[in-house]
Ligand binder design. Structure first.
Ligand SMILES: C[S@@+](CC[C@H](N)C(=O)[O-])C[C@H]1O[C@@H](n2cnc3c(N)ncnc32)[C@H](O)[C@@H]1O
Length: 220
């Protein structure tokens, strides 16, 4: 990949995330990851794979995972995690704004705790739509802005500081609206509160699936 990935390097955050993600998985994220990936099949692209915490949970019906990760430290950990994955996983350097792969070549795409961090979610989802086959599936597990007015405003207020401390993450995104705007039909979206770390209040998460329209096969 020829793209310059220097803007995505956050080694300090990456080392912390490697520990936080293990704690988060123990507190319930592991189950969320299992649900996220259940029933997937064929070729899958995972965007912003981090240290590869999803890899152990891909079902055997998945023939190949292409896991894209821009951050060098996390990508190194993902490469190590891929070695013991139950399905073939190739970890590649890249970012959501320019995904590897020809148009229409993946059966499904996975985004987990990543659309909060990408600089431009609309562009990222447009890329996901490009590489998916018509009718292809998007699986998502994301934390999102609260629907409770006061909490949403608090999340807006802490976003500038949070973004600096948490690797570019924004706690106040309306990711479901972004997914719909990108042309996906949302088939399932479970909304729940989850506290991924001790002393962290539960905040809104979304887990679900969405699908691109099937190509129009009418002839006139
Ligand atoms: C909170 S971590 C989540 C990692 C992993 N998906 C998981 O479920 O544990 C956010 C990830 O998004 C990645 N990321 C940030 N901006 C990105 C972009 N534009 N394209 C792809 N990945 C990005 C980060 O490097 C990091 O690995």
């Amino acid at each position: 990949m020829s793209d310059d990935l220097s803007a995505f390097q956050r080694p300090g955050f990456a080392r912390k995330y490697a520990d936080f993600s293990v704690i988060g998985d123990r507190r319930g994220a592991r189950e969320h990851r299992v649900r996220l990936l259940a029933g997937l099949r064929g070729r899958v692209i995972e965007v912003g794979a981090g240290n590869g915490r999803n890899f152990p949970h891909y079902p055997a019906t998945v023939t190949e995972v292409v896991a894209v990760e821009p951050e060098h430290t996390l990508r190194g950990l993902a490469v190590a995690a891929a070695r013991s994955a139950p399905v073939p996983v190739s970890v590649v350097a890249g970012h959501a704004g320019a995904l590897p792969g020809e148009a229409g070549t993946f059966d499904a795409a996975v985004v987990s705790l990543v659309l909060c961090s990408v600089p431009a979610p609309a562009a990222a989802l447009a890329e996901v739509a490009r590489v998916l086959k018509p009718g292809g599936e998007l699986r998502f597990y994301e934390h999102v802005r609260s629907e409770r007015a006061v909490i949403g405003l608090l999340e807006d207020a802490v976003t500038p500081l949070w973004t600096r401390l948490a690797g570019g993450c924004r706690p106040n995104r309306d990711t479901l609206a972004e997914i719909r705007r990108a042309g996906f039909a949302v088939e399932e979206a479970d909304r729940f509160a989850f506290s991924p770390q001790p002393l962290m209040p539960p905040f809104a998460h979304l887990l679900g699936r969405a699908r691109l329209p099937v190509a129009d096969e009418s002839f006139m």
